[in-house]
Design a protein around this ligand. Structure first.
Ligand code: ZN
Length: 158
């Protein structure tokens, strides 16, 4: 009836890149480096959904050796993952995610991020939780070298 999955992702912060988190282009001095748009949150969310059905991970589904995914919009990739979840006879029960970033403050963008994920997942915003925290200046997120994200997804049989 129910399947649960976990996802985790990290991207390095560099100059000259956009900072896109949960499909929101967030103004900042540095952005996330990656083959796609490097949306660390959506990557963790996709891996959680894929993990719930033991369908592998996004590295396997959208390989970074494939030019088709260079600069890819992670909202579109998430759409494809949701399509596969449905194809396998499941829908999203709820998602809970945490973004770990020392900067910038994500609070002003949380509602917009939740709306984006709810839209692409075809569910209500009440089913999508996104939280942001820091690691108190400790480790790579604390030193602003990168941003990480964790997500869990509960899927239910349609
Ligand atoms: Zn990623």
């Amino acid at each position: 009836m129910f399947r649960i999955g976990h996802g985790y992702d990290v991207h390095r912060l560099v100059e000259g890149r956009k900072l896109i988190i949960g499909g929101v282009d967030i103004p900042h001095t540095v952005g996330l480096l990656g083959h796609s748009d490097a949306d660390v949150l959506l990557h963790a969310v996709m891996d959680a959904m894929l993990g719930a059905l033991a369908l592998g991970d996004i590295g396997h589904l959208f390989p970074d050796t494939d030019d088709a995914f260079k600069g890819a919009d992670s909202m579109k990739l998430t759409e494809e993952v949701v399509r596969r979840i449905r194809e396998n006879g499941y829908e999203i029960g709820n998602i809970d995610a945490t973004v770990i970033a020392q900067a910038p403050k994500l609070a002003p963008y949380i509602v917009q991020i939740r709306e984006n994920i709810a839209r692409v997942c075809g569910c209500d915003i009440s089913q999508i939780s996104v939280k942001a925290t820091t690691e108190e200046k400790l480790g790579f997120t604390g030193e602003k070298l990168g941003i990480s994200a964790h997500a869990v997804a509960l899927l239910k049989k349609i």
